[in-house]
Design a binder for this molecule. Sequence first.
Ligand code: BGC
Length: 441
Amino acid sequence: MPQAVFHFPRGFLWGTVTASHQVEGNNTNNNWWKWEQEGHTNGTSGLACDWWGGRWREDFDRAAEAGQNAHRFSVEWSRIQPAPNQWDEDALEKYRAMLRGLRERGILPMVTLHHFTDPLWVWEHGAWESAETAGLFEKFVRKTVDALKEYCSLWCTINEPNVYALSGYANGAFPPGAHNIKRAVGVEANMLRAHAAAYRAIHQIQPEARVGYALHYRPMVAKNKWSPLDALMRSLRYEGINMAFPSAISTGVLKSPVGNLSVPEAKGTQDYLGLNYYSLDRISFHLGKPKDLFTHSDFHEDADLSDNNFIANIPEGFYESIKWAVRTYPNTPIIVTENGVEDSDDHMRPRYLAQHVHQMWRATNFNWPVKGYFHWSLVDNFEWERGWTQRFGLWELDVETQKRTKRPSADLYAAICKENGLSSDMVAKYCPEVSEKIFPS
Ligand code: BGC
């Protein structure tokens, strides 16, 4: 095997990413806590990774020792604004301490302002189906950004609005468990208005801020290339899942399967594109699936599948996603805001990581403006409706004892971060099974 190192541009951001409800613990005042208590999830978040109890310190130490120079985490709206006319200054102070903690460790913070959870009072007032929520969110954003601006200037307004809307209102996995495309589109439209308002508010408060959102982008292929029905289903599903926010940011028009909506204020409201990539789907027409609009999604028979068959390791899909981003938004920086895999015994993660970093390196060789990569996740955390059944951490978490155990992938990622590149030696050591693919002789 040839000896080589694939280097990244100087200043590349190498980090991990977490979200408040998944790591903090005892987030009792939001819709997800309620949903968990009602028995909709596989276990409950409970103490999670106990970050609210202070364990963020030891986890940030781990990130710093592992050479990470950036970290993306989210703040919890329900903690900062527990009731419509109440702000919790202590909660804001805690987030300031976390941000200081990152800075002291030489880690650049990126803060997400909404990652799937809503305060109960917002939830009980119609959440994102209500036209008032965008204004409420803007108020929360103003207060929070003003309090945290000393330590952070890289903001992500909303994480995966498409996943929030479709999981909550179309496939029913998230609260409120609804199955209604029209409602889902309404939710996405309000999130888009909120994003646009937040984008402007943040720039007003902090002119140097870099603001965007994180898109869950899902590349798709038709199962049978020659089948016009599969092709049609692929394109319907692709547009429905991926294109609402991106099209609105380009044109001010939110595209949807139930009609297009004009949201002119959304046009141009992104300083970077946040790209979350996990896998690529194969789509076919299925008569037996009227609820899914007659589409069926699966992975190729020979796919390299994760623990619960949740993710297929398809690194080329990552390259294609970056290419799509560059073509859609020429001259816009791209930050990979999430990428990772569930793998409790770490048999697959090293190759998944190395192969995805390799594809990202290919992209940087075209001078495509990829500025950073955030791996999901630093430590195992609460995986929404799937609870604790999926383990995405570089560190394993024993939920009972709170003990962390390093997985080999953490060392591979540390080597990548410290080298600012991927070497043939790293691949030979951690995932020799893909050496020939990444460094062909
Ligand atoms: C979400 C994370 C989640 C991850 C892995 C992303 O869609 O933003 O919150 O944990 O996927 O499932």
